[in-house]
Design a binder for this molecule. Structure first.
Ligand code: SF4
Ligand code: SF4
Length: 130
């Protein structure tokens, strides 16, 4: 599981209010992002509704070959950039595509030179213990 958003992870604001992720606490003023408080615990219904919103997969992402490498599922990033937990923004899409392309470029260079740290970190199971 890549993100436990309120279901295993919870953020507690200094006020005692609970949020599904620390990045959503902000100034602790956004009632629509709260899932409870320390006195009453987590409101599971609210938490589950937010989880369902975050889990929506945009058709463009569902068909995208980069889907498994992209953080289109980050509800916090989606919220900050589109106001919706489940909708990615074109800017995030562009950034993710750029980061992935750059990661591939760097990895190709390191692979070509058989960089020892790179090989140990990513290919040790394939090449055996060093
Ligand atoms: S955000 Fe963009 S790059 Fe990422 S899965 Fe969706 S369409 Fe693909
Ligand atoms: S929604 Fe994004 S920032 Fe929040 S816990 Fe999940 S991956 Fe992390």
């Amino acid at each position: 599981m890549v993100c436990r958003f309120g279901d295993g992870d919870v953020a507690v604001a200094p006020s005692g209010r609970l949020y599904p992720c620390e990045r959503l606490v902000g100034e602790d003023t956004r009632e629509e992002l709260r899932i409870g408080d320390v006195e009453h615990g987590i409101d599971v219904g609210v938490r589950d509704r937010m989880l369902a919103q975050k889990s929506v997969v945009d058709p463009e992402c569902a068909a995208c070959e980069l889907r498994g490498r992209c953080k289109h599922w980050c509800g916090c990033t989606n919220w900050e950039t589109t106001g919706s937990l489940g909708r990615f923004s074109p800017l995030v899409c562009w950034l993710e595509r750029s980061f992935i392309a750059e990661a591939d470029r760097v990895a190709s260079t390191l692979w070509a030179e058989k960089n020892p740290t790179f090989m140990r970190r990513f290919y040790r199971p394939a090449i055996g213990p060093t």
